[in-house]
Design a protein around this ligand. Structure first.
Ligand SMILES: CC(=O)N[C@H]1[C@@H](OP(=O)(O)OP(=O)(O)OC[C@H]2O[C@@H](n3ccc(=O)[nH]c3=O)[C@H](O)[C@@H]2O)O[C@H](CO)[C@@H](O)[C@@H]1O
Length: 355
């Protein structure tokens, strides 16, 4: 039986493509292992899947800012490399697929030391730090955006396009309504998603604006772990920390989306033709990848952008109303995007690369 090893984590954006690939390898009868961190979101998402064996290793965050943990973390990364090397030596996978995030660095180096071919995936317009490191130890780097492929120095970039999980295509609006517990009613519904980990500023401003927004809309708020606010009682507002299996149904049910600009999420919204208001992570909080993702979508006319520096209750309410008024224009523009089978392309590439 052929064996594949997946890695990637830290946030769901570094797990989603793995979640899309796993059913394909399962159907083809491959044996599957996953190396992730001890406490990252990948543990919760992957251990819920039967037939995938989860192994955890020590990890260290790769920070761009000064922090006392920067002294300790290189030791965690080195320990992770040793653990990954030993695990891969024992597991003997035919190929490693890495979706990035800091946990992937020791795994990819461990695979390279074991001479196992590695495929890396980058979903943002500019490569993340982890992928810039792991690209040097990889056979192919697959990208969501065409221009990203050229950024990798070893000429091993390969554009595959946005990988959409199969279940995203099978959402049912009525199931979504029942899942969240809204009564049958015609008020348009907005899904608010501050990235897979939630976004404090978006949560605060949204909650300040709730009374005004719910005069016109219903709101489903994915607020991130530990961010529920039990003091709010509004029949047109439902909040969840994170939704795993039910998300396709909820997206099918929603009319609009307010979101961070993580690449996997925005391509899912594009695929489902949901007019979106994007509030990208700022340059102070990140390398600026979401600003570029959002700018690229704005140029194509797929979204409206509200920069966090300008985000307050007034600008949020105005932007949402404008989005709703211009709904048809956004949908028309999104209809022009040509989707192809990126998941199939990626799957075939992995099969061809496997030893
Ligand atoms: C803070 C941070 O580091 N953000 C990065 C992270 O974002 P983040 O982890 O938010 O990643 P994305 O927006 O790309 O993807 C999130 C994925 O989680 C899913 N989802 C989300 C919420 C939920 O309740 N249920 C659920 O299933 C979405 O459908 C999507 O498939 O990875 C992205 C892709 O590399 C980057 O663009 C972001 O800059």
């Amino acid at each position: 039986m052929k064996k594949i090893l997946f890695t990637g984590g830290g946030s769901a954006g570094h797990v989603t493509v793995n979640l899309a690939l796993i059913p394909k390898f399962m159907d083809a009868g491959w044996s599957m292992d996953y190396i992730g961190s001890i406490n990252g979101i990948e543990r919760q998402l992957i251990t819920a899947i039967p037939n995938v064996k989860y192994h955890s290793i020590s990890t260290g965050k790769l920070r761009r800012y000064v922090d006392l943990k920067n002294v300790k973390d290189p030791f965690h990364v080195v320990k992770g490399v040793v653990q990954a090397y030993q695990l891969i030596k024992k597991l003997k996978p035919a190929v490693v697929f890495s979706k990035g995030g800091f946990v992937s660095v020791p795994v990819v180096i461990g695979a390279w030391l074991n001479k196992v071919p590695v495929i890396v995936h980058e979903s943002d317009l500019t490569p993340g730090l982890a992928n810039r490191i792991t690209s040097r130890f990889s056979t192919v780097i697959c990208t969501t955006f065409p221009e990203t492929a050229a950024a990798f120095k070893n000429n091993n970039g390969h554009h595959v396009g946005p990988v959409i999980r199969e279940e995203m295509k099978q959402g049912k609006a009525e199931r979504g309504r029942e899942f969240v517990g809204f009564s049958k009613m015609t008020k348009p519904t907005i899904l608010v998603m501050g990235g897979s980990l939630g976004a404090r500023k978006i949560n605060e401003v949204l909650r300040e604006s709730l009374n005004e927004l719910t005069k016109q809309f219903r709101i489903i708020h994915l607020c991130g772990k530990g961010n529920l606010d039990s003091s709010i009682s509004n029949p047109d507002y439902k909040q969840f920390e994170y939704i795993d299996q039910g998300l396709p149904d909820i997206l099918a049910y929603c009319d609009f989306v307010i979101s961070r600009a993580g690449s996997n999420s925005i391509f899912e919204f594009l695929f489902l033709k949901k007019p979106m208001l994007l509030i990208p992570l700022t340059k102070q909080q990140s390398r600026g990848d979401q600003l570029l993702n959002a700018a690229s979508f704005e140029r194509e006319g797929y979204c409206k952008v509200l920069h966090e520096e300008l985000l307050d209750s007034k600008s949020l309410i105005t932007s949402v109303r404008e989005l709703a008024e211009e709904k048809e224009v956004y949908i028309k523009n999104m209809n022009g995007f040509k989707h192809h089978d990126a998941l199939g392309l990626l799957y075939n590439l992995i099969i061809e690369t496997a030893k």
